[in-house]
Design a protein around this ligand. Structure first.
Ligand SMILES: Nc1ncnc2c1ncn2[C@@H]1O[C@H](COP(=O)(O)OP(=O)(O)OP(=O)(O)O)[C@@H](O)[C@H]1O
Ligand SMILES: [Mg+2]
Length: 423
């Protein structure tokens, strides 16, 4: 089994045999473009769980990319997969930017949870716990890995077009917009994000609070440590919030943000990351160092599902959300907003600028795709967790496939967390 190791985390990499007809498809693509006066050559291909990607270069410098894009619907029909299923775009290939054609596979493979949650939960937990238990002397003598690199929150979004796990650091994200039409896989994707966050959150350094207006999508997390809002004893209440409770929840987060800002200012910390690194260097075994009363200093992630509907019903919530989006990142509070209506009524101006990580699942039209990731493409996705990611580190949309966590996986995670997690 092939694995991928980033810091301490080991995720499963999926591997796929190249389809037997790939050479033939590459030839058909080249022939199709040649007869339509576009000289191009397929220079590589990779196959993943959902699509096969053919990377190509244009042979004639006078050739315009627009001419290639114009032919994409015809190509889809010629290949027998439908006019709207082919995605043509830029891709990174062997250190350079090239063009690619992505074509859905005949048989789609479901992305398993091991790609998103560390394979060996138990040993990952022990390994990271041991690293934190080493004190200041070990750190300074170089016996431990760079603590600042561990003290990030990696979260796995799924796998790329070759089946490789794809992680982002939520501290750099720093707020995430997830949008796609009904049934495109938003809730399944967010479930996997939360599971990844909790799975990677050793020593309880990450709490996730969920506002679920539908009240049905995240029930398996109910009762998990690190879910909900922190109580006076430093433990989370394990509850999922409804839309009626959204106002109070947002007030709690705005307060927390303001208290942390005041605490960091008073104690000369630049930001949350700085505070946490110093907390380690103090030689404390515990990752946490309080950020004032009733705040044990955990990274906080606030997830809001059906964000558009919530704002339509409670317009006054827009102010606290915008405030959090604008100021909360340096205090270790991150937002994940999901909506099936990527409308400019709610995703606009300053809020949009602050949601620098955007994930578009399948949408109905080019216009919707444009609203989410500032370019078309998401209208050609295959649905069910197929997505385009644009982050602060890249302008080129990256195609990823989300993993599917079953009810049994979520229950197993909750039970593991209840048994093993420390505060
Ligand atoms: N990554 C995935 N792999 C396989 N199937 C998936 C995946 N994601 C979603 N699905 C399928 O799509 C269905 C709908 O997903 P989900 O409920 O997440 O959609 P949604 O975008 O939240 O829809 P709504 O906007 O109506 O809430 C799921 O029940 C599941 O069968
Ligand atoms: Mg949903």
């Amino acid at each position: 089994m092939c694995v991928y190791n980033k810091n301490f985390f080991t995720f499963k990499q999926m591997t796929f045999a190249t389809p037997t007809d790939s050479q033939e498809t590459a030839k058909r693509i080249e022939n199709f473009f040649t007869v339509n006066n576009v000289k191009m050559k397929v220079i590589g291909m990779e196959c993943g769980p959902v699509v096969s990607k053919y990377v190509f270069e244009l042979l004639d410098d006078t050739q315009r990319i627009a001419a290639v894009e114009k032919l994409k619907r015809d190509l889809g029909i010629r290949l027998g997969i439908g006019a709207s299923r082919v995605l043509i775009g830029e891709t990174e290939w062997q250190g350079k930017v090239a063009l690619s054609i992505e074509i859905p596979n005949k048989d789609r493979v479901i992305v398993p949870p091991e790609t998103v949650i560390p394979i060996d939960f138990d040993s990952v937990y022990k390994k990271t716990a041991r690293a934190y238990d080493l004190g200041l002397d070990d750190y300074l003598s170089g016996n431990t890995p760079d603590i600042s690199s561990i003290a990030t929150e990696l979260v796995n979004l799924g796998v790329d077009t070759a089946g490789r796990p794809f992680c982002i650091d939520i501290a750099k994200a720093p707020h995430i917009l997830v949008a796609g039409q009904s049934g495109s896989g938003k809730s399944v994707f967010i479930n996997s994000l939360i599971a990844g966050l909790i799975g990677n959150a050793f020593y309880g350094n990450c709490d996730v609070c969920i506002i679920d207006p539908k009240g049905t999508e995240f029930n398996y997390f109910e009762g998990t440590p690190h879910i909900g809002i922190e109580r006076a004893d430093g433990k989370c209440d394990g509850k999922i919030r409804s839309s009626e409770e959204a106002g109070d929840t947002l007030d709690y987060f705005v307060n927390l943000m303001n208290n942390r800002l005041a605490f960091f200012k008073e104690n000369h910390f630049d930001n949350f990351h700085h505070h946490r690194t110093i907390a380690h260097l103090d030689g404390e075994c515990n990752i946490h160092k309080d950020c004032g009363p009733n705040d044990r200093g955990a990274l906080k992630v606030l997830v809001i599902d059906e964000f558009y509907d919530l704002l339509m019903n409670y317009p006054k919530l827009e102010d606290p959300i915008s405030m959090l989006a604008a100021k909360a990142r340096s205090t270790g509070i991150h937002l994940i907003l999901a909506t099936q209506r990527p409308s400019t009524d709610v995703i606009r101006g300053a809020l949009k600028a602050n949601l620098s990580t955007r994930i578009a699942l399948k949408v109905a039209s080019r216009v919707d795709s444009q609203v989410i990731i500032d370019c078309p493409g998401a209208e050609s996705l295959c649905g069910h967790g197929d997505m385009l990611y644009v982050g602060p580190d890249t302008d080129i949309p990256k195609r990823l496939h989300g993993c599917m966590l079953t009810q049994a996986d979520l229950i197993a995670m909750r039970d593991f967390a209840q048994k093993n997690w420390k505060y």
